[in-house]
Design a protein around this ligand. Structure first.
Ligand code: S3P
Length: 179
């Protein structure tokens, strides 16, 4: 089967959700954010799940949601930063999706996550050292992507343009006459 989902992976604060929403508009596809789906399913925010039940419970809810949404077709799926650490999740996402990883320099990530909270893993320690350490641990998982865009010096429009060019090479046609 041809892969039909566009899947955004990458660290917290790299812009997966905002870029994903715009891609969904351009490609006229349904947008799914795995964190929002987890929140809908559990009736708790991501922060509440971490605070009340811990990370292991969050990862288990995440696994349920990721494997479920990965089986859908023609969607743009934005994943939480740690979703790809579970090999079952990455396998499911790859089965029917092109994986695009967004990255950014640690300084830029720090600025972006400081502007918008709700990141339990960076709540206590948002230092560059902590971000660098987590990025390093996750490097092999993010390297599973089919295409990576470093957004450090790019506007959202430029990031989207790079993704669009890549997807066109992969035969993804844009349903929107404006692009
Ligand atoms: C996490 C990233 C978050 C959210 C949770 C854990 C992570 O999503 O899933 O707080 O492990 O990197 P964003 O990447 O959308 O911030």
């Amino acid at each position: 089967m041809e892969k039909s989902n566009i899947v955004l992976i990458g660290f917290m604060g790299v812009g997966k959700t905002s870029i994903g929403k715009k891609l969904a508009d351009i490609y006229q596809r349904e947008f799914i954010d795995t964190d929002r789906e987890i929140e809908k399913l559990t009736g708790m925010t991501v922060s509440q799940i971490f605070a009340r039940h811990g990370e292991i419970r969050f990862r288990s809810e995440e696994n349920l949601i990721v494997t479920k949404v990965a089986a859908r077709s023609n969607c743009v799926i934005s994943t939480g930063g740690g979703a790809v650490i579970d090999p079952e999740n990455i396998k499911a996402l790859q089965a029917n999706g092109i994986l695009i990883c967004l990255t950014a320099d640690p300084q830029v990530i720090q600025e972006r996550v400081s502007k918008r909270g709700g990141r339990p893993l960076l709540q206590k320690d948002r230092s560059i050292e902590r971000i660098v350490q987590l990025l390093k641990e996750r490097e092999p998982f993010y390297a599973e992507a089919d295409f990576t865009v470093d957004t450090t010096h790019l506007s959202q429009e430029e990031t989207i343009e790079r993704i669009r060019v890549f997807l066109e090479e992969r035969g993804f046609s844009c349903g929107n006459p404006a692009c």
